[in-house]
Design a protein around this ligand. Structure first.
Ligand SMILES: Cc1cc2nc3c(=O)[nH]c(=O)nc-3n(C[C@H](O)[C@H](O)[C@H](O)COP(=O)(O)OP(=O)(O)OC[C@H]3O[C@@H](n4cnc5c(N)ncnc54)[C@H](O)[C@@H]3O)c2cc1C
Length: 389
């Protein structure tokens, strides 16, 4: 085999996986089809390093979120990547929402989320005087970070450990061969003239929105496994600068019962700039043919200004000073969902049968996938080590 491991996808997950595998002494290539790393979902999200209180105890999301938060914070601090532990409040606007906070507290404690506690209205007013709510769940350890910067720092770490990091390099064929995979790379965009083929003992599919297409390249019947990804757009609206500094923590509502999102919340970036988002919007584009085909990779990230009405209605419940005119369309991201209903766990699967051996698939890496990045990478490292044992 030419190399030990090929990682498909240079988002936070692929970059962290490349750092992990090269750190274990494996010759590793990280392949990203875009002209730069982390241009996909990794740069289109709330950039929150989550606590982990929303996910069923024992799920991969709960485990990797709690572990990943600690790992990502430590990594950012060591690598000089922007990180701010600003804290987060989930607020009950009505008395009848308080039991939801109590349930989240119990779930968070069962999941091992640190320092989580309920705050009453008086303390809430003290902490965030510009918020209208009757009670809150405080997560002091929740933070915000420079997500793209973190991904690039993992890629640099991988390179320093000998990994090859290549952009404009799109994986278009995966062929099973004795002892591994033959990987075909087609150049994409201006920064690479030629493609190539190499052989690799292990292939890690960390292709985010395109992970079902990459799994299909390897010969997996994604429909039969329930792995077809349903893309769901999350839109953001910026809040007028005049309101900068009104809140100092991330402010979330009690999450909608559907379990498909955390609800429109107040996001803060590292500089304290405020935006609202993300909502949930069905995205019709079918990407499944694209990973191995000829179609372009343009995705529709436009934000419909009319959606601001719903943002205003949702956020005005706890931001009494907000006016409709304060909201301006800002950005959007796409979630790679395994299901459009309910909360579904990540899939992290090492293929066992002979015709797929050596392939590890990461599917449905939606939120909290940024937070979980380093823990997902460690898990991939463990799966590869098990293979080699
Ligand atoms: C609206 C929104 C808000 C979110 N908020 C948060 C949050 O606050 N906190 C949190 O923890 N998580 C959040 N998430 C989730 C988080 O952003 C993602 O889980 C995470 O970024 C996924 O990273 P990734 O590396 O798996 O995917 P990506 O960043 O999408 O990277 C995959 C990469 O694979 C590349 N690729 C695909 N196919 C190929 C191929 N054939 N060859 C080569 N390269 C290929 C793509 O170009 C892409 O760069 C949010 C997500 C959304 C959409």
């Amino acid at each position: 085999m030419d190399i030990d491991a090929t990682v498909v996808g240079g988002g936070i997950v692929g970059c962290a996986v490349a750092a992990e595998l090269s750190g274990r002494g494996l010759t590793t290539a990280l392949l990203e089809m875009e002209s730069g790393l982390a241009h996909g979902t990794t740069s289109r999200n709330s950039e929150v390093c989550h606590g982990g209180m929303y996910y069923p105890t024992g799920s991969l999301k709960a485990r990797f979120c709690v572990e990943g938060r600690r790992m990502l914070k430590e990594f950012c601090e060591t690598a000089g990547v922007g990180y701010r532990e600003c804290g987060k409040l989930i607020v009950a606007v009505e008395e009848d929402e308080i039991p939801h906070l109590e349930r989240l507290l119990a779930l968070g404690q069962a999941n091992g989320v640190e320092d989580l506690r309920l705050v009453d209205q008086a303390e809430l007013q003290d902490l965030e005087p510009q918020i209208t709510a009757v009670s809150g769940l405080l997560s002091p350890r929740t933070g915000v970070l420079d997500a793209e910067g973190a991904a690039r720092a993992y890629a640099r770490l991988a390179e320093s450990r000998g990994a090859q990091v290549m952009t404009g390099a799109r994986v278009t064929q995966l062929e099973k061969i004795e002892g591994g995979w033959q990987v075909t790379i087609t150049p994409l965009g201006a920064n690479r003239a030629e493609g190539w083929t190499h052989t690799s003992r292990v292939v890690v599919n960390a292709a985010g929105l395109w992970a079902d297409g990459v799994a299909a390249l390897a010969g997996i019947d994604v429909a039969a496994r329930g792995w077809q990804l349903h893309l769901t757009k999350g839109n953001y609206f910026a809040v007028a600068d005049a309101h900068a500094g009104r809140v100092s923590r991330l402010i979330y509502p009690v999450p909608p019962a559907s379990g498909t999102s955390l609800g429109v919340h107040v996001c803060l970036d590292l500089g304290g700039q405020m935006k609202l988002g993300p909502d949930l919007q069905k995205y019709d584009h079918d990407l499944r043919e694209v990973a191995g085909g000829e179609a372009g990779i343009a995705l529709d990230y436009s934000v419909d200004p009319a959606r601001g009405d719903a943002f205003f209605a949702d956020a005005r419940r706890f931001l009494p000073w907000l006016e409709r005119d304060d909201l301006v369309p800002a950005m959007s991201g796409l979630r790679p969902k395994l299901s459009t209903t309910g909360l579904v766990d990540f899939v992290v699967q090492r293929e066992e049968e002979a015709e797929l051996a050596g392939l590890i698939n990461l599917m449905g890496i939606e939120s909290p996938g940024l937070t979980c990045g380093p823990a997902l990478a460690r898990e991939v490292g463990r799966l590869v080590a098990e293979m080699d044992a």
